[in-house]
Design a protein around this ligand. Structure first.
Ligand code: CTP
Ligand code: MG
Length: 261
């Protein structure tokens, strides 16, 4: 089974409000998209990568990709120009996939810190035969429906949907073709891919997501992501902490291997 991932990074990040595309915004000194690629590749289940990027940003994204540098070899990776909406970008990514791909993951670059085990769970469920798989997390707030008055909703029945979402390739192709006329306009475009499959009446399977898979949308989300990165580093230091800076150097004659003479 050949698995590809489409990493959607072609958005402008209007709600984050930086001058650069959201996927290029630094998080702990490394672009958001670089974090997302590291997480998805660390799962060790992906054979091919397509990143959807904004127009005229090839060099910036090539630089961000060059920083991925996982311990395992990086699979073949291509950047393609996305579209006016996320749905259009995913369609562009799908069109760029190799003919031999059987399973497609679609992952938001903005979910920079999705743990690799979520990626692995999604792929496992697709390989086990589910045509469409979404990672979900419980809703922790009380929820009301305000479409006609205020109606409390049982949050126990609700889930928040994350990415990567996983698909049988033929199913995802069909879902996007079926919804093609919705793709050009944010008002009609889908915000995720499983909803396009559900619109075809296909069953959607769920696996457990992770709070760290939350999407970075606002500057508050970015601040939270920064804390998560720091927290991870303090729990799993990648390398021992730097030794303290050496004391002020004394003239060579005054200090030898045996201490001051
Ligand atoms: N995305 C994309 N192509 C688009 C729009 C969005 O590939 N035309 C990607 C974004 O880069 C992001 C993911 O889809 O990784 C989720 O979208 P969102 O969080 O809405 O990001 P933006 O559209 O960039 O943000 P905003 O809506 O605030 O402008
Ligand atoms: Mg958007």
């Amino acid at each position: 089974v050949r698995v590809a991932v489409i990493v959607t990074a072609a958005g402008s990040g209007t709600r984050l409000g930086r001058e650069m595309p959201k996927a290029l915004v630094p998080l702990d000194g490394v672009p958001v998209v670089t974090h997302a690629l590291r997480g998805v590749l660390a799962a060790g289940v992906v054979d091919e990568v397509v990143v959807t990027i904004p127009a005229h940003s090839e060099q910036d994204f090539a630089d961000a990709v060059a920083l991925v540098g996982t311990d395992a070899p990086v699979p073949p990776l291509r950047c393609v120009t996305g579209g006016a909406t996320r749905q259009a970008s995913v369609a562009a990514g799908l069109a760029a996939l190799g003919a031999d791909v059987d399973v497609v993951l679609v992952h938001d670059a903005a979910r920079a810190l999705t743990p690799p085990e979520v990626v692995a769970r999604v792929v496992e469920a697709v390989r086990a035969g589910a045509p469409c798989v979404i990672p979900v997390v419980p809703v922790t707030d009380s929820v009301v429906d305000v479409s006609a008055g205020v109606r409390p909703v049982d949050r126990g029945a609700l889930r928040v949907v994350q990415t990567p979402q996983g698909f049988d390739r033929a199913v995802l192709d069909r879902a996007h073709r079926h919804a093609e006329e919705r793709a050009a306009d944010e008002a009609t475009a889908a915000t995720d891919d499983a909803s396009l499959c559900a619109a075809l009446g296909l069953p959607v399977a769920v696996v457990e997501g992770h709070p760290d898979g939350a999407k970075i949308t606002t500057s508050r989300d970015l601040a939270v992501a920064r804390m998560v990165v720091r927290d991870r580093r303090s729990q799993h230091p990648a390398r021992p902490p730097e030794p303290p800076a050496p004391p002020v150097t004394l003239p060579e004659a005054s200090v030898g291997p045996g201490g001051p003479r």
